[in-house]
Design a protein around this ligand. Sequence first.
Ligand code: SF4
Length: 676
Amino acid sequence: MKKRHLKLLMADIKHKSAGIHSSYIPIGIGYIGSYSLSRVGKENADLKLFTDPDEVIKCIDTWKPDVIGMANYCWNSEGSYRILEYAKNLNPDIVCIAGGPDFPEMCDTHEYMDSRSSYLDFYAYKEGEDAFADLMIKLSEGNKLIDLKKEKQTGMMSIHPENNNLVVGVEAHRISNMDVIPSPYLSGMLDQFLNGKYVPSFETARGCPFSCTFCYQGDDWFNKIAKFSVERIKDELTYIAKRMTNHGAVEVRICDSNFGMYKRDEEFGEHIRHLQDEYGWPNSMNVSTGKGNWDRIIRISERVRHAFSVGCSVQSMFDGTLESIKRRNMPPELYKKVVEETKKREGSAMAETILPLPNETKKSFFEGLEILANAGIEKFVPHTTMMLKGTKIASKEHREKYNIKTRFRLLPKQFGEYKGKKIFEVEEVCISTNTMSFEEYLECKGFSFICTLFAQNQYEAIRLLVEEANIKLYDYYFSIWKLITSKETPLTKIYNDYINESKSELFLTKEDLYNYYSDSENYKKLVAKKLGKNLIRKYLATIVLKEFSSSIEIACHPLKSYFNKSDGILESLENWTKVTRDMGFAFSGNNLDINNDLLSLNYDVNAWYRQKDKEAKMPLINFKKQVKYQVTSNNTLISEMLDLKRNRYNQSTFDLVEGILARANNHSCTVRFCTN
Ligand code: SF4
């Protein structure tokens, strides 16, 4: 057979029609591309990597690749298929491959592959490196596409070109020593993305020892942990830090399932601290923290200057639910300890929940939030249950057992028009079960939103006074929720809009969704970001930017019966918070050099807030004193925010604030300082 030089195009596309939703460096295709080149031989192949769908199409037109490999996740697979379809129409000989977690259960794969067989040649299921590299070797040896599709290829599925049968190759062996993948960073392959616009991403370890039924990685196949060596990761981090020295605001993403759980993660923490000191990067980390070894996670978080929040991804606090989703959480008593230890070190703790999950009831969900809120969790991240393809929860058996009812919704901002076809990325979500009705789901969602809002750092000083009044945080959030939902407050309309849009974004079928958004008027609204956004982010930003002042008054409302109105304690706290924490101010266009505002208060809130010795902290009532503060802008923070806006996303102010509020460590929210 005649050897062939291959032109490989690999892409992990990010739709950008309504702004880029995520800007992670496409590390998955970086690893697969780097590994494939090492096995095929660099002299036998050229490789180009992309994230921009328009650039991919341009490259197909001009460079004319032999092979296209698309990374399929739930947020981009429709777009990937559109690109493969376009490429195949142009050139029937091009080899079209997709791979990634957005792939159905084995019993549904024949229909899935068959319906895409006019443009999809192979699907790499499970781990992609060996599957892709093996196939590239065969192509470079001169094997014909039509013949390869008839035979079983390791880690690949295809449709037999003659009899339409599904051809399933044996599973690729999982790589155990990850260092066999040459570093795509150190080779310069990813240099094009190290420009401050993309977030550097890594795996330090691959796999997860847990078996959660709602997660792709919960499959037994991923249970073993494969690792890169510590030295390799350190070298990569140093390489990147040298190039990111002017982009300190750009975070680093560590894609591990359980960062911080393993002893060696402390070495990464130590190294990151060194890079922070030497290069000023990274100041923020996006990680999923481990589900055990909390003392270690807290230590690492402290070491890296709290660049990440200590996460309690509980999903549910109800034993009946945890059992059904095959998840184990730490005992409830331990949450308080974890949060206390985290706070002692000036870090912050967050909790993720998923709703509705099997066996969860409205009562059990609220009880779960009570444990978390009273433990002092400072960041709530509520998710709706996604029926991810290939997971156990999405199986027929689980749907029937728990009477899972679902709807379809657009993934936030994930759509585009490519070569005349409108494409929408659609997720199937659970909206009710045999233990939770749709109305109850909406109530739980609404209450979670209020917890998420008032646990934001903007309201931190008010929460401190709540604690001084001996009000349990859960009772506090609950009373605000009751106030907003039973009276006409300035936030009531926004809250109702949030609930109504949570309903109207749902469609009975995927086709209904496509029809609705394909309509030119509705499509224009998507592009203008009037529709199709992440609703929690949208409504948090709406309140923080447009109703901040009213939200502070509402946040103080439950305290009114605890403090004497006439001596101005609440008024002092309200005014101090409005002045120091109004994020909208940072983007108001005010000249940062003008810092002559004065603030007069009956209480020295500043001195109270800044008490160093947390153990011997005195309550605010001890700080009664007429004060006049000079108010100055926190120019460092404001510049950092504006820098993010300018460099990384070039977003609107609203979009930027949405992102900042969702950041793992948004604890720097003091936009103005008060000084005596
Ligand atoms: S949800 Fe997290 S802990 Fe559970 S299987 Fe997935 S990656 Fe592992």
